[in-house]
Design a protein around this ligand. Sequence first.
Ligand code: SAH
Length: 369
Amino acid sequence: MSPLANPLADLLARRIAANGPITVADYMAEALGHPVHGYYRSRDPLGAAGDFTTAPEISQMFGELIGLWAAVIWQQMGSPDPVRLVELGPGRGTLMADFLRAARMVPGFKQAIRLHLVETSQPLRDRQKQALEAFGVPVAWHDDVASVPDGPMILVANEFFDALPIRQLQRLPDGWHERLVDLDEAGTGFRFVVSPGRSSGAALLDPGVRDNAPAGAIAEICPAGFAIAAAIGARLKQQGGAALLIDYGTARSAPGDSFQALKAHKFHDPLADPGAADLTAHVDFQALARAAVEAGAVAHGPVGQGAFLTALGIVARAETLRQSGARDVDTALRRLIDDQEMGSLFKLLALTGPTLAGSLPGPLPGFEG
Ligand code: SAH
């Protein structure tokens, strides 16, 4: 076989040659998480020099408002001390640094916080340590959320679920089949094929999508995301608290192929250069909410990022920053809240334990719309 694009492509090609085509989820898991060559294991992908920019990297206002949101929730929880503050996929630690700075305004909150960061990338764990050590809050790192110690929790995840591996299914006349990644005919690259047999994954599809999608439609499921949402839901039910899941995606389950790659801020073929480009898929918020609710949590929203940040007062915060001489505040504000930018594609889903949900005076802050 002729040499492939890179060492990981070569490894995947050998595996496919030996054992047959692999699922999109296996391809995505290896491309992002391979211990040596995986995209997230080997680099810091964020910022102008990287492949993509996230809301906390656009402006400090994002993390500050989430910190204030969490402080209100903490008070509604009865101000538990200690409280587990969990972040999934904290990136450079920017959101959490802005969060903790804002959280200091609420008496007792910062002192109660035990910080738990779920992160698999060593380069990013190092960045997080640097960004957060000055706050004097106890921090522990985890490979997954299951190892976070017991107790009431506030959890935040920004652009975490979109990086979890998805499976793709395609509807053929006789039912749903798994979409697979195979070698192309020359053996020098990859292509999509469809498995000849029907897929058991159809059981994980939203019933409306499963029964009503047109022939030829592609639909996506994210078993890892469903499992994490269910684990969060079960924990919130038993031990109380709230979770705020922020990502780009759809409010309702719908067919569609959203598997994509970003390299140097440009769209890229997801099957070219595995491990060297960021791979994501749209988050299906309805499916995540269902998994959490089946495990015992209460779901709120999703609401658009623009509506959420506006309800929390981002326009006034921008004005204060502008008056204190901060630069590019208006550009950042527009990027975060305009409908043509991140305002409606990005959404927030909140999950709470049933006890907290039952004691709320009204909708959660930011979820009134
Ligand atoms: N929340 C940050 C970073 C988003 S990028 C921000 O908004 O800027 C995705 C983050 O999730 C990175 O920190 C990445 O290393 C982490 N990550 C990706 N897959 C993961 C997994 N399976 N388990 C734990 N962390 C993961």
